[in-house]
Design a protein around this ligand. Structure first.
Ligand code: ZN
Length: 53
């Protein structure tokens, strides 16, 4: 999945094919994307990250 953000990935068929991988990225999330509302443990996976944890 390279360096693509979750914001981009989740718009495609990524979730259908890589749900378990996605869950690892969002589990214990500490950042939220201010633009898309997605969460991730790694802020680099979001396009407009904001730390909350
Ligand atoms: Zn985003």
């Amino acid at each position: 999945m390279g360096d693509k953000t979750l914001c981009k990935l989740s718009k495609k068929d990524f979730l259908k094919e890589h749900l378990s991988e996605y869950i690892k990225l969002v589990k214990n999330a500490t950042s939220v994307c201010k633009k898309c509302g997605r969460v991730a443990r790694d802020a680099k996976k979001l396009c407009k990250p904001e730390k909350f944890g």
